[in-house]
Design a protein around this ligand. Structure first.
Ligand code: ADP
Ligand code: MG
Length: 254
């Protein structure tokens, strides 16, 4: 079954067109990677999938498990099982991490929410990620290091149990050990739950732990080329210019 299907998507912000006739299909259990130069619209894409109201869809559709979602509110999308780890997680003064997580999960699970189960799972994941166990009692992301913020996103992912995960530069700001812990934690979640995953990254190093089925090169608001994992090595060697200047063209058909 198609998990995510994006067709003919055009997106504007402040009268500037960022995504241009963007297409992408991700099937259940597939891991896709999008790479591309800065300012190409990768974060815009992920925020538009989540329903960020700042971005205006002028044309096109986004469907998730055969339901049109592009007019839904972000929390409706989250309820459907879509989760995004932000490139720059928000700091919220006054809201404790653990309260935030409990509220989010309670909201999602409704009457089936079990406090003891939440506490136990939270402890397990905090340990798995090598996080300081006092961190969950601090204000959300406030004065967290870059790596702590990213681990925090993965903690949320485990608790919310999504079926489609977007990871926007989850590897930026991570040292080698944290990168391995985060990469392995994502792969463990994948092995157990087989979600669809969309990874946005600049580096091959995360892909030592997470093995994608498809790699896309995005440039100027749309996907220019699609290949398998070997494309990443080629990009690292040749740079993005090589692909655009040689105009190899799109081998990816919807
Ligand atoms: P990437 O993640 O590929 O580096 P982004 O999606 O963050 O690129 O940005 C694509 C373009 O859209 C950039 O030119 C950026 O300045 C612009 N842009 C993104 N978000 C906003 C915003 N909220 N307001 C104004 N311009 C934006
Ligand atoms: Mg970005």
């Amino acid at each position: 079954m198609n998990t995510l299907e994006i067709n003919h998507l055009h997106v504007h912000i402040q009268n500037k067109e960022i995504l241009k006739d963007f297409h992408l299909t991700i099937n259940e259990g597939e891991i896709h990677v999008i790479m591309g130069p800065n300012g190409t619209g990768k974060s815009t894409l992920s925020k538009v999938i989540m329903g960020d109201p700042h971005y205006k869809i002028t044309k096109g559709t986004i469907t998730y498990k055969n339901k049109e979602i592009h007019n839904m509110l972000p929390d409706e999308r989250a309820h459907l099982g879509i989760f995004m780890a932000y490139q720059m997680p928000t700091e919220i003064e006054g809201v404790r991490e653990s309260d935030f997580l409990r509220t989010a999960l309670h909201e999602k699970e409704g009457d089936s929410f079990q406090l003891m189960h939440f506490i136990k799972t939270q402890e397990e994941i905090v340990q798995k990620l090598g996080m300081d166990k006092n961190m969950i009692h601090r204000f959300l992301n406030v004065d967290f290091s870059g790596g702590e913020k990213k681990k925090n996103e993965i903690l949320q992912m485990y608790l919310l149990h999504p079926s489609f995960i977007i990871l926007d530069e989850i590897d930026s700001g991570l040292d080698v050990d944290s990168l391995r812990i985060v990469g392995e934690a994502i792969m463990d979640y994948y092995q157990e739950n087989k979600p669809a995953i969309l990874i946005i990254t600049h580096y091959q190093r995360l892909l030592n732990y997470i093995h994608p089925h498809f790699v896309h090169i995005m440039e100027k608001g749309s996907i220019q080329k699609t290949g398998d994992a070997s494309l990443v090595k080629q990009i690292e060697k040749e740079g993005f210019d090589f692909f655009t200047q040689n105009s190899i063209g799109t081998i990816y058909e919807k």
